[in-house]
Ligand binder design. Structure first.
Ligand code: C2E
Ligand code: CA
Ligand code: CA
Ligand code: CA
Length: 274
């Protein structure tokens, strides 16, 4: 038998307790976040390949708490996703993004939706209602979903995407290359663009594999008539390589981090990063 010391076992148990407690605390706080006005959105420019024109902004949620400080969406979105909180949070996010959009001259806003939101009963009607209430055109709203959201029930997802597209929404497949995509399925979905996951862009200069994957995705996107957004672009070298490879759009710290609404408005007016 394995002789693991008691100390080890206890340590493990303690950290289990801690992580469960942290989770519960976060869930508690999160359920009040909207009401306490602790949430905000930051906006990251999505720029076109050539002119460095700002075509749109991705809305990224920020949660600032008194107790824990700033908590990353990578931490709290999964917790919200596993409870019903994601719906309340998601509604707030969409509402805030649609409101902010009206201060920009023409750019679109790209909003992230978690798999659970996407699979919500009457998702299409729900989004349409929000957009109508805000009085904005669906053509200025891009819906970002991950592969996980659509490949679980491909048939139903295809129908949802088709309806959204019919209504004029733009659809982006986020984190492309990291999920369960099957190329067979991709062609059945009504999409406008693929977003190449940051991990591939990051590896591009170092590993032939990443570079090959980036090139393949761009090629695939172009062949299917889709836009291709390279995410997490941080260096001049990546910009050059992606231009040559033919990515239609780029997003990343090289151009700008996600910025507060006031700054996004100024950038939107300016229309370009040049
Ligand atoms: P994501 O949708 O893939 O968003 C891109 C993440 O990469 C953002 O992190 C962004 O700030 C970061 N990023 C952008 N450019 C660069 C770069 O050049 N270098 C590096 N290292 N990072 C870059 P963030 O805002 O922390 O969001 C993390 C994840 O949380 C998002 O990944 C998304 O999955 C989720 N998320 C954020 N906001 C929302 C939201 O409003 N709703 C939902 N459902 N999920 C959200
Ligand atoms: Ca995203
Ligand atoms: Ca992404
Ligand atoms: Ca991601």
């Amino acid at each position: 038998a394995k002789r693991s010391g008691r100390g080890v076992v206890r340590l493990f148990d303690d950290s289990m307790d801690d992580s469960i407690r942290f989770r519960r605390d976060v869930e508690d706080r999160l359920s009040q976040a909207v009401q306490r006005e602790e949430l905000s959105l930051a906006y990251q420019p999505i720029v076109s390949r050539d002119g460095l024109e700002i075509d749109g902004f991705e809305a990224l949620v920020r949660w600032n708490t008194n107790e824990f400080g700033l908590i990353s969406p990578d931490t709290f979105i999964p917790i919200a996703e596993e409870s019903n909180l994601i719906h309340e949070l998601g509604d707030w996010i969409l509402g805030a993004a649609l409101k902010e959009l009206q201060h920009w001259p023409g750019q679109y806003v790209s909003v992230n939706f978690s798999p659970r939101q996407f699979r919500r009963h009457n998702f299409v009607g729900h989004v349409m209602e929000s957009v109508q209430r805000a009085g904005v055109s669906p053509g200025r709203v891009q819906i970002e979903i991950t592969e996980t959201a659509i490949f679980d029930d491909a048939e139903r997802a295809a129908e949802t995407l088709y309806k959204l597209r019919q209504m004029g929404f733009r659809i982006a497949l986020d984190d492309f290359g990291t999920g369960y995509s099957s190329l067979y399925n991709i062609r059945k979905f009504a999409l406008d663009c693929l977003k190449i996951d940051r991990s591939f862009i990051d590896g591009m200069g170092r590993e032939r594999e990443s570079a090959a994957i980036v090139h393949s995705i761009i090629h695939l996107g172009r062949a299917l008539g889709l836009g291709v957004v390279a995410e997490g672009v941080e260096t001049e070298a990546q910009v050059q390589a992606l231009r040559v490879a033919g990515a239609s759009h780029m997003q990343g710290y090289y151009f700008s981090q996600a910025v507060p609404p006031e700054r996004a408005r100024a950038l939107a007016e300016q229309r370009s990063m040049a």
